[in-house]
Each structure stands twice: as structure tokens, then as C-alpha cells.
Design a protein around this ligand. Structure first.
Ligand code: 28F
Length: 732
């Protein structure tokens, strides 16, 4: 993990003209030049189409990942104006695409969706793209203009007629000399496009991936807007209330502030709060959330006391009020102020009062008109309160016994000597044998070890008192040092790296998911701060001519064996031409994929050859196999060459060649490595490969936890089925 902290101080930031400024310091404009910044480019372009939709002129947005890796966004809005700009004496479209922050503005009539980091506009995408091509249909004509790294390469020209069609189409290919990321991720874009469709009811966003092996296609359209979002998040949870929807607007100091909330109570013990400002996911919350929370607590409390459901002495907390609550808060604010570490916390003070006012009014009416639902909600809240009290009592009593008080640490913790948390790491290790090797091999100054015995509790389905009754959980809470729930204080963290180090097998994966669920649900700030990591112990130990190499994943082993297998090995296409190394690699990888897909189909009782022959057969597996067979044609081969054994023996020969003189050992668990091996491969900061857990895909993570850890079997089966196709191990 390289923490590259780039410090910008005002003095040495030269004011560079437009595009150069962006190319010189891209991270200042789009956050970073890794995966997040790469995908941020798409959101900047899509935001312009969403703006057109918010203004009421666009109803359909197409997003396509093209075969060459470029990405197209197209809308059926009015089309960017192409007339000469009165001041700049250039076409308006050129101004919008090359001048920073040109484009929509806050004139009170509409809200440009972007703000803060998000408001940089499409001109930044232009500057950071190898090339960008823009096509506008407007005034009966099709206009086109092209750029490279922000500079015009093909002047605006008319290339055709389009009748009364209007719209804008932007295609761009990010500049790989700027970005470390190389490709768009289907799942990442899906999450954001789905979110935008929920937040902008009625807009249709059609997304297609024409690049990958597996064709993906999805359409997002929700007439129910954020109410459907609430239902989506609550899939697989038992509802205790209907989905409740409020909206309103109040005059703010910078124009009209619009607020919309949707929420529902379920039998879950967790709280899910998704908040947005101008479509930006305010992960760190802010005044719109505090306003909602305040109104919810005060209004339910007031109703409860007036209707003799709550006694004054019940000291119900805001947290109790939100157990089992899923809520979406979406506000539209002219000139939003974004604060916090990742500029995703809404700071506008007046929004707190505006949201609280709207929610309090409408919630009071709702409770008065729905006494039965009110009663169920308040009963749930009181249960939560009693459970919290019981947990506190349990903590008090154990504290008195001195087992878990702040001073004494749990016996199993092998602490480190360094006291500065910024320099220390806590390894949560599954099982005693691994714990033993980790303790022996570690760097005692900076690395602490906490061996975890047995299964950590599944907090997804356990209420707070049961969570705290679990010994493993309590030990972890004490070791981490931040306390819990109301006593939570991140500044008390005893380590700034908490590393989950479990076996790569199913058991280890289960423990890892339980720990992640626990941190995600009960200590989310640890993840927000980037303190949580996953260790990646090697899966294989490969020995060749006395040289030992550790291999991290199945994919890496496949790649290694392929390299070895193709070393001084001739591969020919159907016509007998010898393939160069790259093409040979491509063919062999394709053969391994075909073999894996056929294996998957046969495991499900299908005969792959018969399926292929039957044009009418459908399904993920056979369509993937068709794609792969089609790619074979690029080498002159056909399905017959595969099924008659020619290609199968080529694959086998490469495998045998690659494994000559090689011994491959698959680790079954951490415990098999001796202390030095475990340290050198997995703990040594100079050599390890750790993965940092981020909140970025919190929505996807939350849904995964809910589906995988919830009670209902059907949604879990479907989730695993849908993902099984992607989890295929190609082996060489
Ligand atoms: C695929 C990305 O960028 N769509 C856009 C429009 C429409 C207008 C516009 C955009 C007015 C002068 C600032 C048209 N007619 N999709 C897009 N659609 N920008 S971007 O105007 C830009 C502003 O400069 C538009 C009348 N008003 C606005």
C-alpha cells in the first residue's frame, strides 16, 4: 500500500491556463488518478445529461463502454448550443468543453447537479482524455467537434442532417499517461448509474458494456424515485412500516432549497442512511442528515409521550430511534458547501433547519393518521432502548470484574511496544497456529496480534446486547480502543491499521465477511478513515531450480504457468502461421476460458457441444461460450477444432511444458507457513500486498451483506447464482 500524500501549498500553484492546470494537477480536479478518478470522468459527463433531464429536456441517457475501451454518453436533450459565443468568439460548444466551470450555473431555476469536487465540468474530462469526440444534433443538423487532451483537433463542422432530433453525444478515451487505472468497471458504473436513476425519478439510463468478454446490459428507470431506492436497499428485510415519503421546499439564503426523504423501518438491527446533495452521495453526512435525525427523534418522542406509549423516564436515544431504519435524504441546494476529508459532508447550516421543519411537520401528520404503524415503530424503538441498556449493564458488570475495562487489555492480545497509533498495526488472525506464527514472525515494535478463536458473531442478525455478549467481539473492541456505540471515539484508536488476516479457504472467507460486516455496521468510521485492511497471504509456493516464488492468487498462478509454458514454445494459428508472444498468450488464455466455461456447464449437467449446436439455447453460460468460440475465429479456429481435441491438446502441451521442473504447493492455511515465511510474504510492509477496505462501494457492500447475511434464502441464492459466472478459476 503506498500512501502517496501529495501536498499542495498555495505558493507554488502556478495559475496555469485552463487545460494545462488540470493536466498538471489532475488530482486537485477529480480527486485522484486511480480507479476513482477514472470513473469520476464518466460522472462528470453524465451529470451534464442529468442536468438536461432536471431542466426537463432529456428523458433518455445512454452509457456505453466501447470495444476499444473508450466510453460514450448520449442524451436526447436540446444539444449543446453551437452558435458563436458573444464574448469568446468561438462556438458555445467549444467554450463549454474547454473552459473550466463553463456550462450550467445556479440561476435558481435549476440546480447544476455538481458541486464541490464534483463541479469541475466536462472540460476537465476533455483535458484528461487522449481524445474526445462530441456530436450534437440541433437545428436539424448533426455537428461534430474533436479534441485531444483538451485542444481542438477537428473544428466544429456539420456532418449530416437529423430532422427534428436533438441531443448530445460525448465519446472519450481517458489519457493513460495520467491515469493508473486502465479500464472501466461494470459494477462501479452500475452502482452510480442506478443511484442516479433512483435520485432522478423518470429518467431512463441505459448502460451497455461492449468491451468485456461478457456482454452486460442494464436499464435503470424508477418512476418511484427514492421510494424504489428504499425498497431496493430493503430487499430481503422484513418491513415493519410502509415506505414513508416526504418532500418540501423552503427559501434559503442562496435560493430555494428542496428536500425529499424516503424511509422505512424493518426488523433489521442495523441503520442505513444514504444522503445526497445535488445528486452527490454525501458519504460523510452533514446538515441534511442532522436535520432529519433531529426531527425524527423529537417528533416520535413527542407523539409517544402524548399517546402514553413512551414514559418521560425512558431515556430513548437517537440511535434507538434509528434501529432498523433505512432512510434516503436527497436535497437540492444552490451553492452547496462540501466539507470533510473527502469533501462529501454537507456544511450549509440552514439546511438542518429546513429539513427538520419539513420532516417534523409531515411526520407528525403521518403518525397521527397511522396510529397502528406508529405503535409498531415505537415498540421497536423501545426494544432497542432496552437492549442497549442491557448491553450497557453487561459492560458495566464486566468492567467491574476488570476483564474489559479501558486499562487492562484482553489476555490474548500480543501488543506491540510502539505507542504512536499512526505507526502501529493490529493483525486479527484466525486460529491459534496462525496466531502463533504471526506472533513469532512479527515486528514486535509496531505489529500487535489478536488471535481470534471460532466464529465471530454474525452481527447482521444480532441485536446490540447479543453482539456485546460475544467474547471475540468484546476482545476486539477493547483491543481497538475506540469504545462502542455512544462511547465511540475514533481518536482513541490504538492502531491506524487493522488488518484482517484469515485463511484463503471458505472458513477464512466466512470469518473475513463477518469481521467486515461487524466493522461496516458497528464501526463504519474505521473504514471511512481507511484503517481497515485485508492481508493477502500467498495461495501458492512455486519452486523451480531451487528458486522459490510466492503466488498470491489463482489468476497470478495461471498467468505464471502460461508465461513458463509459452517460453520457447511455438503456437500456430489455423493457417499454420507462428503467433507472436502476445497473440499466443491471447489464444491460450481464450482456450483456458473455454475449458472453464465448458466445465461450468457440464457441472450443471449440460453438454456444451450440443448446447452450442442448438441456436435457440439461452443463458449466461452458453452466451459466454458463444462469445469465446467467436473469438477463436480470430485465429482461424472453429468450435470443431476445440471439440475434436486439436486445441485441447495444444492447451495440455503448453501446461506440461510450463510445469517442467516446477513444484507447486498450495497453502491450505496460514498455519502451514513458518513464522519467517508468514512475515516475509504477508506482514512485512516492504513485501506484502494488502488491500485497503473503502466505503466507496458502501452501497454495494451493504446490499451484499444484506443479501448474503440476511435470513431469506431466495435472494441469497440469486445473488450467488448471478455472480457464479464471474467467479471462474482459469487453471494452467
Ligand atoms: C453526453 C453529455 O453534455 N448534454 C448537454 C446541454 C444543453 C444545453 C447546454 C448542455 C448554455 C450556454 C452554458 C441547450 N439549449 N451530455 C451533455 N446538454 N449545455 S450539456 O447549454 C450550456 C449552457 O453555455 C442547452 C439551451 N440551453 C442549454
Amino acid at each position: 500500500m503506498s500512501e502517496n500524500v501529495s501536498n499542495y501549498n498555495a505558493e507554488n500553484i502556478q495559475v496555469l491556463e485552463g487545460m494545462e492546470a488540470v493536466r498538471k494537477r489532475p488530482a486537485m480536479y477529480i480527486g485522484d488518478t486511480g480507479e476513482r478518478g477514472y470513473h469520476h470522468l464518466v460522472y462528470e459527463v453524465v451529470d451534464n445529461s442529468i442536468d438536461e433531464a432536471l431542466a426537463g429536456y432529456c428523458s433518455l441517457i445512454d452509457v456505453i463502454i466501447n470495444p476499444d475501451g473508450s466510453l460514450t454518453v448520449q442524451d436526447n436533450g436540446r444539444g449543446i448550443p453551437v452558435d458563436m459565443h458573444p464574448v469568446q468568439h468561438r462556438p458555445a460548444i467549444e467554450v463549454v468543453l474547454t473552459v473550466l466551470h463553463a456550462g450550467g450555473k445556479f440561476d435558481g431555476s435549476n440546480y447544476k447537479v455538481s458541486g464541490g469536487l464534483h463541479g469541475v465540468g466536462v472540460s476537465c474530462v476533455n483535458a484528461l482524455s487522449d481524445w474526445m469526440k462530441v456530436e450534437v444534433k440541433r437545428g436539424g443538423k448533426i455537428h461534430e467537434i474533436e479534441f485531444s487532451r483538451g485542444h481542438v483537433t477537428k473544428e466544429l463542422s456539420v456532418i449530416g442532417e437529423c430532422g427534428d432530433e436533438t441531443g448530445t453525444k460525448v465519446t472519450f478515451f481517458p489519457d493513460h499517461t495520467i491515469f493508473t487505472c486502465r479500464a472501466f468497471k461494470w459494477e462501479t458504473l452500475c452502482n452510480r448509474l442506478r443511484e442516479l436513476a433512483f435520485l432522478n425519478k423518470g429518467v431512463t439510463i441505459h448502460f451497455r458494456d461492449d468491451e468485456g468478454e461478457t456482454h452486460h446490459e442494464e436499464t435503470f428507470h424508477y418512476e418511484g424515485g427514492i421510494d424504489e431506492f428504499t425498497e431496493y436497499l430493503n430487499a430481503n428485510k422484513k418491513p415493519l412500516s410502509p415506505v414513508i415519503h416526504f418532500e418540501g421546499e423552503r427559501e434559503g439564503t442562496t435560493g430555494m432549497v428542496q428536500a425529499e426523504v424516503s424511509f422505512q423501518y424493518t426488523d433489521s438491527y442495523t441503520t442505513l442512511e444514504q444522503t445526497y446533495c445535488n445528486n452527490i452521495h454525501t458519504i460523510e453526512g452533514g446538515t441534511h442528515l442532522t436535520g432529519f435525525r433531529r426531527a425524527l427523534t423529537s417528533t416520535i418522542n413527542k407523539y409517544g409521550v402524548e399517546n402514553k406509549l413512551i414514559k418521560e423516564k425512558d431515556n430513548i436515544t437517537g440511535e434507538d430511534m434509528r434501529e432498523g431504519l433505512t432512510v434516503i435524504v436527497s436535497v437540492k441546494v444552490p451553492q452547496p458547501q462540501f466539507e470533510g476529508q473527502t469533501k462529501t459532508k454537507l456544511g450549509n447550516g440552514e439546511v438542518d433547519g429546513i429539513v427538520a421543519g419539513i420532516v417534523a411537520d409531515k411526520l407528525k401528520t403521518f403518525l397521527d393518521e397511522n396510529p397502528a404503524v406508529a405503535k409498531i415503530i415505537i415498540e421497536k424503538i423501545q426494544l432497542a432502548c432496552r437492549a442497549r441498556e442491557a448491553a450497557r449493564a453487561a459492560r458495566e458488570s464486566t468492567r467491574r470484574k476488570g476483564v474489559m475495562d479501558g486499562l487492562s487489555l484482553p489476555g490474548k492480545l500480543r501488543d506491540c511496544s510502539e505507542r504512536d497509533p499512526a505507526k502501529t498495526e493490529l493483525f486479527l488472525v484466525e486460529g491459534d497456529s496462525a496466531g502463533g506464527s504471526a506472533q513469532t514472525g512479527r515486528d514486535r515494535a509496531t505489529q500487535a496480534i489478536l488471535p481470534l478463536r471460532g466464529k465471530v458473531l454474525n452481527v447482521e442478525k444480532a441485536r446490540i446486547d447479543r453482539v456485546l455478549a460475544n467474547q471475540e467481539i468484546r476482545t476486539m473492541i477493547t483491543a481497538i480502543g475506540c469504545g462502542f456505540a455512544e462511547e465511540w471515539d475514533i481518536s482513541k484508536a490504538r492502531y491506524h491499521k487493522i488488518v484482517i488476516m484469515t485463511d484463503a479457504d471458505v472458513d477464512g472467507a466466512h470469518i473475513r465477511t463477518l469481521l467486515l460486516t461487524f466493522f461496516f455496521r458497528k464501526m463504519p468510521e474505521l473504514i471511512e478513515k481507511g484503517y481497515v485492511y485485508l492481508a493477502q497471504p500467498p495461495l501458492y509456493k512455486v519452486e523451480r531450480k531451487k528458486k522459490i516464488e510466492y503466488i498470491l492468487t489463482d489468476g497470478d498462478l495461471t498467468s505464471k504457468l502460461l508465461t513458463l509454458g509459452l517460453d520457447d514454445f511455438e503456437v500456430k494459428d489455423k493457417a499454420g502461421n507462428v503467433l507472436d508472444a502476445g497473440k499466443a498468450r491471447e489464444l491460450l488464455t481464450l482456450l483456458a476460458e473455454i475449458e472453464a466455461t465448458i466445465k461450468l456447464l457440464e457441472e450443471r449437467g449440460f453438454n456444451a457441444e450440443a448446447l452450442l449446436a442448438d441456436e435457440t439455447s439461452q443463458g449466461g453460460g452458453v452466451s459466454m461460450l458463444r462469445k469465446e468460440i467467436k473469438s477463436l475465429e480470430g485465429f482461424g479456429y472453429s468450435a470443431g477444432d476445440y471439440f475434436d481435441g486439436t486445441l485441447k491438446s495444444l492447451l495440455e502441451n503448453v501446461r506440461v511444458h510450463g510445469k517442467q521442473g516446477l513444484s507447486i504447493y498450495r497453502f491450505k492455511g496460514l498455519g502451514e507457513m513458518d513464522a519467517e515465511e508468514l512475515y516475509d510474504t504477508t506482514m512485512n510492509p516492504a513485501k506484502r500486498h494488502m488491500l485497503r477496505v473503502t466505503m466507496e462501494d458502501a452501497l454495494a457492500a451493504d446490499r451484499m451483506f444484506t443479501l448474503l447475511m440476511g435470513d431469506e434464502v431466495e435472494p441469497r441464492r440469486k445473488f450467488i447464482e448471478d455472480n457464479a459466472l464471474n467467479v471462474r478459476n482459469l487453471d494452467f
